[in-house]
Design a protein around this ligand. Structure first.
Ligand code: ATP
Ligand code: MG
Length: 429
C-alpha cells in the first residue's frame, strides 16, 4: 500500500497533478484511490465526475473507471459531534476556573476539524486494504502543513489531558476531585479521548510510514519557488518524506523544432499536446513566449539548485484545461524528467542519535535553512525546534534525557544537536 500526497501553493496544479498521477497508475493496473482533503471540491471537476455524496454516507467512494476510484471528503459534522463530550467537560472546568464563557467556548473548539475528518478518512481507506495506491490531493501548503502536523500536536495535547493509566485514574478520582474542587472527566470523556489517541497514533503511523511520501507541485516562478523551499523545510522538520518535485505549466520552447525528441515542456508532434499555441512555426516568432521561456528557464535552474537531488518532473502547460480522465492520462504521459514508478519508495531518513565524542549527536534533516533561521529550546524531556512559524516538539529518546545540550549546528541540510551526560555532582548539605 502506497500513499502519495500532493501539495503546493494555491492554484499551481495540485489537483490536476494528483488526478493525472492517479489516472495513469490506474491504467497501468494499479488499484488506485484518489481523494481530496480540500474542502473546495475541485477533484471532481478535474476528473469530470460528480463526487458529491450525502453527508455521513457510509460509502462515499465513487468509481471513476475500472481500477480508479475517487473520494471527496465531506463535512466535519461527525468529528465535531465526537468532540462534543470532551468540549462539554472542558467548558465546565474552565467555568470552574472563572474563565469567561465566550472565551471558554473559543478555547475548547477543536482545532482543524476539517483536517481531522480528512485524516480519519485516509486512515479508513488505508485500513480497508482495497487499494494499492492512495493519491491525496491536499489543500494549499499552509493548510496541508497544519493537517500533517496535527496528529502529533494533538496527540501531545491529549496525552497531557489524559493520564495513560485509566485504572489508576479511576481510583484517584475522588481524591483528585476533593483536592482541586474541579469535576473529574467522566468515563465517556476518557473513552472519547482514548479513541482519539488511538486514531491519531494510526494516522501518524500512516503519514510517517516508509511507503508514504509527499510530492511538491510548483510552477517555475520566483514567488512560488520561494514558498516551495520553505514548504520543503517544514515538511522535513515534521519528519515527512518528500520524494518528488513537480514543475507544472512549463511553456514549450520558442523556436525549438518540435521534432527534436522529448525535452522539457516541448511535446512531440502528434502527441496530445501538439496543439500548443504555435506548435509549428509561430513558436519561432513569438516574443511573448520567448520572454516566458527565458523566465521559466531561470526558474527551472533555481528549482534544480534548490531541490536536487530530489527527482524533478516537468509537466507541460497545455493549451486547454486537462479535464476528464483521458485528458489527465495524456497530461501524465507528456511529463518529462525524473519520473519513476509511482509505487517505488525511496528511503528517507528521519531523526537519528549517534554516540559522538563522549556524548551524543542528534541529527535532524533540515534542508534549505541557515543556522540563524533555526531556534532551539530544551523543555524537560522535549526539544523544541522552530523554523519560522513552524515548531516541532521532539520527544527526546531516553538516552538523551539525562544529557545537557552543549551546542548545535546546521550543516549539509542537517541540524546537529550535541548532548553530553549531565554529570554535575550536587553537594549534599
Ligand atoms: N499543465 C497544465 N496545463 C493547462 N492547464 C492546467 C495545467 N495544470 C493545471 N491546469 C489548470 O489550472 C487550473 C488550476 O489547477 P488545479 O485546480 O489543479 O490547481 P490547484 O493547485 O489544485 O489549485 P487549488 O490551490 O485551488 O487547489 C485548473 O483549471 C487546471 O485545469
Ligand atoms: Mg486543488
Amino acid at each position: 500500500m502506497r500513499v502519495v500526497l500532493f501539495t503546493g501553493k494555491g492554484g499551481v496544479g495540485k489537483t490536476t497533478t494528483a488526478a493525472a498521477t492517479a489516472v495513469q497508475a490506474a491504467r497501468q493496473g494499479i488499484k488506485t484511490l484518489v481523494m481530496s482533503t480540500d474542502t473546495a471540491h475541485s477533484l471532481g471537476d478535474a476528473l469530470g465526475v460528480d463526487l458529491t455524496t450525502a453527508p455521513d454516507d457510509p460509502d462515499p467512494v465513487v468509481t471513476v473507471e475500472p481500477g480508479l476510484s475517487a473520494l471527496q471528503v465531506s463535512s466535519a459534522h461527525s468529528v465535531r459531534r465526537s468532540w462534543r463530550s470532551v468540549q462539554d467537560y472542558l467548558l465546565i472546568v474552565l467555568k470552574g476556573l472563572g474563565v469567561d464563557p465566550v472565551v471558554a467556548d473559543e478555547l475548547t473548539q477543536l482545532p482543524g476539524a476539517d483536517e481531522i475528518v480528512a485524516l480519519l478518512e485516509l486512515r479508513e481507506q488505508v485500513g480497508s486494504g482495497l487499494w494499492d495506491l492512495v493519491v491525496v490531493d491536499c489543500a494549499p501548503t499552509a493548510e496541508t502543513l497544519r493537517l500533517l502536523a496535527l496528529p502529533e500536536a494533538l496527540a501531545w495535547h491529549l496525552e497531557k489531558l489524559m493520564p495513560v493509566q485509566r485504572g489508576l485514574l479511576r481510583s484517584l478520582r475522588p481524591a483528585a476531585v476533593a483536592a482541586t474542587g474541579l469535576p473529574f472527566p467522566g468515563l465517556h470523556v476518557l473513552d472519547t479521548l482514548r479513541q482519539w489517541q488511538e486514531s491519531l497514533h494510526d494516522i501518524q503511523s500512516i503519514l510517517t510510514a516508509e511507503t508514504t511520501s509527499v510530492r511538491l507541485v510548483l510552477t517555475p516562478e520566483r514567488v512560488v519557488i520561494a514558498e516551495s523551499r520553505r514548504t520543503l523545510t517544514s515538511l522535513r522538520l515534521y519528519g515527512f518524506a518528500v520524494d518528488q518535485v513537480v514543475v507544472n505549466r512549463v511553456f514549450p520552447q520558442a523556436g525549438r523544432p518540435q521534432s527534436g525528441g522529448p525535452h522539457a515542456g516541448c511535446p512531440e508532434p502528434g502527441s496530445p499536446e501538439a496543439d500548443y499555441p504555435g506548435s509549428g512555426r509561430e513558436l519561432t516568432h513569438n516574443p511573448w513566449l520567448a520572454g516566458w521561456n527565458e523566465a521559466q528557464q531561470r526558474g527551472l535552474a533555481e528549482v534544480r539548485h534548490s531541490f536536487e537531488p530530489l527527482p524533478i518532473v516537468i509537466t507541460p502547460y497545455l493549451s486547454h484545461e486537462p479535464v476528464g480522465t483521458d485528458a489527465l492520462a495524456a497530461l501524465a504521459a507528456a511529463r518529462t524528467g525524473g519520473i519513476h514508478d509511482v509505487l517505488t519508495t525511496t528511503p528517507v531518513h528521519g531523526m537519528t542519535v549517534h554516540p559522538d565524542d563522549g556524548g551524543y549527536l542528534l541529527s535532524l534533516p533540515l534542508p534549505l535553512v541557515t543556522a540563524t533561521e533555526v531556534d532551539l529550546k530544551r523543555r524537560g524531556d522535549e526539544l523544541l525546534v522552530s523554523v519560522g512559524d513552524h515548531r516541532r516538539v521532539l520527544s527526546l529518546p531516553s538516552v538523551l534525557r539525562r544529557c545537557v545540550v552543549t551546542g548545535a549546528v546546521v550543516r549539509d541540510a542537517m541540524l546537529g544537536v550535541r548532548f553530553v551526560p549531565d554529570e554535575k555532582v550536587w553537594p549534599v548539605v
